[in-house]
Design a protein around this ligand. Structure first.
Ligand code: ATP
Length: 487
C-alpha cells in the first residue's frame, strides 16, 4: 500500500534522542533503574513494552543462529565462573580502559575517546591533514608497549583540552580494570574473589568439550549464548548504549586452524545481512569499521557500527580469536582442549571466529531506526515503524463505540486472537486517539468492530505506516496477522 502520510521536518539529532528517551519512559519501554532513589548511573529497567521488544530481538537472533544453522547449538552458562577463568582469558591482567582525569572539573575521561573526539573536531573543521596525522599517531600510541604513557604524550603534544571545563589540567593516563569483583562466602581472602562476567564468551570456551560431546558436533560448529554481562564502565552515557549491566548475544564458531579467513568473511556477510533481513534496519545506517588495534586474542577484528543520533557507534564485533582462549584454558586448567578429527588422523586446538553483539544496543538501534514523525489528517503523530515481528503489540482491537453490543463483539475477537499474539483492547476515547496511542508504540495493525461487523462479520483493519484501511472477514484476522508477521 502506498504511504499517504507526509514526513515532518526533522529535528536536530539531540532533539530526536531526547524524544526517543522520553517516549521510552512515557510508554514503558525503558526507564532509569531505582529512580525513586535518584537512579543509578548507567543502569536501566525494561518496562512492559520494552521486555516484549527485547524478547523479540533476542528471538530473531536465537532463531537465526540455532534454528537456521544445524551446526549451531545454544547454552546458558552461569554468570559466576571459577576465578581462574578470568586469569586464563587475560581479563584480570588486561581488560582495562585507559582513563585520564581533568583535575579542574574532577571529571574522568577515557583517554582514547578524548583523542578520537579531537580527531573528529579536526575533521569537522576540514583540517584533513592534521586529522590524518593525529590518527596515525593515535594508532601508534595504541600499539605502543607503554600504551597509557603514549596516549598521555599525544594528548600533551596536541594540547587537547577537557571537553567540559576547557582546561588543560590532566592527570596521567592510568589503566582501570572493568571487571566487577565480589566475594564468595564469609571469609574475605584472595581465594574467594569472584568476578561478574564481563562477557558471555568464556562460558562457551570452558564448556567446549562438554557441549561438543553431548550434542555430537563436528568441526565446524558454533555455540550460541544470550546472557547478562557486567562492566564497570567509568564513562557512561547515551541512554542504554553504554551500561554497567547489559545483555550480550554471542556465538563462537569453532573451525580448523587455517580456515579462519573464510569463516570470518562468511560471518561478516551473514551478520551484516541479518540486520536488514531480521530487524528491518536500513543498511544505509550501518557501517563497517576495521580495528587498527587488535585485542590480545585476535588476528582480525571488524565492528558493525550504526549511525545513532549521537554518533556512529559499535553494535557488534566480529573477531577472529585464533586458538587463544582454548589454548589458555588448556594451560590454566590442565585439561586437554584438542579436537580430534573423526578419522582420528588430525588433532588440533580449534580456532574461533566470534560474533558478539549487545542486545541493549540493538534495542536502541531498532528504536532509532523505527522512530518517525509525520503528519496525518493535518495532525502530527509519532510512530515506530517496527517490523510486525518485532512490534511489542501486534494489534489493537477496538469497538467503535461503547454500546450496541460492539464491546462484546470486540472482546470476543480479543479472546480468539490473544492466544496467539500480544494484542491490546482499547475502548477509551475517539478512534483517532486510539490509533495514535498504538502508532507510538509500533503496533502495526488495528482492528475496529463497528455496526457492519454485527451484520456481515467484517472488521476494519488499519495499517500503521500507510494509515490506509480495508475490510476483512473477522474469521480472517488470525491468518492476516500470521501472514504479516512472517512476511
Ligand atoms: P565499546 O568499544 O563500545 O566499549 P567493546 O568493543 O568493548 O565496546 P565488545 O567487548 O566487543 O565491546 O562487546 C561486544 C558487544 O557487547 C558490543 O558490540 C556491544 O554491542 C556490547 N557492549 C559492550 N559493552 C557494552 C556496554 N557497556 N553496554 C551495552 N552494551 C555493551
Amino acid at each position: 500500500m502506498a504511504d499517504s502520510t507526509v514526513k515532518k521536518k526533522s529535528d536536530s539529532p539531540e532533539k530526536v534522542m531526547e524524544k526517543i528517551v522520553s517516549l521510552c519512559k512515557r510508554r514503558g519501554f525503558v526507564f532509569q533503574s531505582s529512580e525513586i532513589y535518584g537512579g543509578l548511573g548507567a543502569c536501566y529497567d525494561y518496562g512492559p513494552l520494552g521486555v516484549e521488544l527485547k524478547k523479540n530481538i533476542k528471538d530473531a537472533w536465537w532463531d537465526f543462529m540455532t534454528k537456521e544453522h544445524d551446526n549451531i547449538v545454544g547454552i546458558d552458562a552461569a554468570i559466576m565462573m571459577h576465578p581462574k577463568t578470568w586469569e586464563a582469558s587475560g581479563h584480570v591482567a588486561s581488560f582495562s580502559d585507559p582513563m585520564i582525569d581533568d583535575k579542574t572539573s574532577k571529571k574522568r575521561y577515557r583517554a582514547d575517546h578524548l583523542i578520537e573526539g579531537y580527531i573528529r573536531q579536526l575533521e569537522k573543521k576540514n583540517k584533513v591533514a592534521d586529522a590524518e596525522r593525529v590518527q596515525a599517531e593515535f594508532v601508534k600510541a595504541q600499539n605502543a608497549e607503554n600504551m597509557p604513557k603514549a596516549l598521555y604524550d599525544l594528548i600533551v603534544a596536541e594540547q587537547i583540552k577537557s571537553p567540559d571545563s576547557g582546561a588543560f589540567n590532566w592527570t596521567e593516563v592510568r589503566q582501570f580494570n572493568l571487571m566487577f569483583k565480589t566475594e564468595l562466602g564469609a571469609v574475605a581472602d584472595d581465594a574467594s574473589i569472584l568476578y561478574l562476567r564481563p562477557e558471555t564468551a568464556q562460558g562457551i570456551f570452558v564448556n567446549f568439550h562438554t557441549v561438543r560431546e553431548s550434542a555430537r558436533l563436528k568441526i565446524p560448529f558454533g555455540i550460541a549464548q544470550i546472557g547478562k554481562a557486567f562492566r564497570n564502565e567509568i564513562v557512561k552515557g547515551n541512554f542504554i548504549f553504554r551500561m554497567i549491566e547489559f545483555e550480550q548475544m554471542e556465538m563462537q564458531y569453532f573451525i580448523k586452524p587455517g580456515a579462519q579467513k573464510e569463516a570470518f568473511s562468511m560471518w561478516q556477510e551473514k551478520r551484516f545481512n541479518w540486520y536488514a533481513d531480521y530487524l528491518g534496519i536500513n543498511t544505509e545506517n550501518l557501517v563497517w569499521y576495521q580495528h587498527d588495534k587488535l585485542a590480545h586474542y585476535a588476528d582480525a577484528a571488524y565492528d558493525i557500527k550504526y549511525k545513532f543520533p549521537f554518533g556512529t557507534e559499535e553494535i557488534e564485533g566480529i573477531h577472529s580469536r585464533t586458538d587463544f582462549d582454548l589454548r589458555r584454558h588448556q594451560e590454566y586448567s590442565g585439561k586437554n582442549m584438542e579436537y580430534v578429527e573423526p578419522d582420528g588422523k588430525e588433532r588440533y586446538i580449534p580456532y574461533v571466529v566470534e560474533t558478539s553483539c549487545g542486545c541493549d544496543r540493538l534495542f536502541l538501534m531498532t528504536l532509532c531506526d523505527a522512530y518517525e514523525e509525520d503528519v496525518v489528517d493535518e495532525e502530527e503523530r509519532t510512530s515506530l515503524r517496527l517490523h510486525p515481528k518485532l512490534a511489542p503489540v501486534k494489534a489493537g482491537i477496538f469497538p467503535l463505540m461503547k454500546k450496541d453490543g460492539l464491546p462484546e463483539a470486540a472482546e470476543k475477537l480479543l479472546k480468539d486472537v490473544q492466544k496467539y499474539f500480544k494484542v491490546q483492547y482499547d475502548e477509551a476515547g475517539a478512534i483517532g486517539r486510539r490509533y495514535r496511542r498504538q502508532d507510538e508504540i509500533g503496533t502495526p495493525y488495528c482492528f475496529t468492530i463497528d455496526h457492519d461487523t454485527l451484520k456481515d462479520d467484517t472488521v476494519t483493519v488499519r495499517d500503521r505506516d500507510t494509515t490506509k484501511q480495508e475490510r476483512i472477514n473477522i474469521s480472517q484476522v488470525k491468518a492476516y496477522l500470521t501472514d504479516k508477521i512472517s512476511e
